[in-house]
Design a protein around this ligand. Structure first.
Ligand code: SAM
Length: 298
């Protein structure tokens, strides 16, 4: 089993309180320990021997870390790494865009579920204008920008085409994401989850197919109004909860390898020495293989 991409959470902390947030599968923060840029670099370098070619930085909110550009710079310079991307809520992006671009970031994914200020505040507790300023700054800094939009019934389901329009005006790509079910039963999920089938039908009707879904783990991609729109739908795991298709291996901020959709007890601590890191990757891969998980490349 090879790992095409590794999600690296650089912090558990966040500056927003999104009502629907799955916290990247980290429901329980176990320690305040945070890997240093050098430790992250060492682990990702070891990961290249297991196929890792792309790294996705996430959190928590990665831009809360002052040294986030150093993390990007170290990873982008690694032999075998073809791209480093970062997912952010965008609130602090205007301040970091230049340094992230200079550090070699390939693309920034900005979470933007609505263009309505009041709904944005209701969903996240944050200010929409700061995120929009972040998107502008990222584009000015020469970064590729992809917008991440989680679609929720009764909240932003009617905004698909205004998001496409916004992405078209700003030369961004767009990722439409199905709301993932949390491990604990959630009223929010029951009330607001929607299938993306109808949206997909409409994308097919209005646009052209750039990438077809060949297996359940594929993300189809459409070209609509000049915008690359990808769909990230949920898959059910054997552990009973669902997660978005970006399953696979992740490195937690406190230095553990784990799958996305499983309980917090299913994690492998990564030691500091080269041989220990290698064994941790092997153990994490066999943990995923035992559960029949597929490592998605997205
Ligand atoms: N703080 C950063 C941000 O807001 O983008 C990174 C962490 S956030 C957990 C990563 C991505 O997960 C965001 O794009 C967010 O919209 C998405 N996300 C959070 N909860 C989700 C859920 N329940 N279902 C689907 N996607 C979710």
């Amino acid at each position: 089993m090879q790992i095409p991409s590794l999600r690296v959470s650089v912090t558990h902390r966040c500056n927003l309180r999104c009502t629907y947030c799955h916290g990247e599968g980290a429901r329980e923060v176990r320690s305040d320990r945070r890997l240093s840029p050098a430790e992250i670099e060492r682990i990702v370098r070891a990961g290249t021997a297991f196929g890792v070619r792309k790294v996705k930085l996430t959190g928590g909110e990665p831009l809360l870390r002052r040294d986030v550009a150093e993390v990007v710079r170290r990873l982008a310079a690694l032999q075998g790494i073809a791209g480093v991307t970062l997912t952010t809520n965008g609130v602090l992006l205007a301040e970091h865009a230049e340094e992230l671009s200079a550090a070699g970031l390939t693309r920034v994914n900005v979470s933007l579920d609505t263009l309505d200020e009041r709904l944005y505040f209701r969903l996240t507790g944050g200010e929409l204008r700061r995120v929009l300023a972040g998107v502008e700054a990222a584009l000015e800094a020469g970064l590729r920008v992809e917008l991440n939009t989680v679609l929720m019934r009764g909240l932003n389901e009617g905004e698909v085409w205004s998001m496409v329009e916004f992405a078209s005006q700003h030369a961004c790509s767009l990722q439409l994401i199905e709301l993932a079910e949390p491990a604990e039963s959630s009223d929010f999920y029951r009330r607001h989850h929607m299938s993306l089938d109808g949206v997909e039908r409409e994308l097919k009707r209005r646009g052209e197919v750039l990438r077809r879904r060949r297996s359940p783990h594929d993300r189809p991609v459409y070209l609509v109004q000049g915008v690359r729109v990808s769909l990230c739908t949920s898959v059910r795991s054997t552990a009973g909860c669902s997660g978005v298709r970006c399953s696979g291996l992740r490195l937690t901020a406190d230095g553990c390898l784990r799958g996305f959709r499983y309980s917090d007890s299913e994690r492998v601590e990564v030691p500091g020495d080269e041989e220990g890191i290698k064994r941790a990757f092997e153990a994490a891969l066999s943990m995923l293989a035992e559960r029949g998980d597929e490592l998605a490349g997205a």
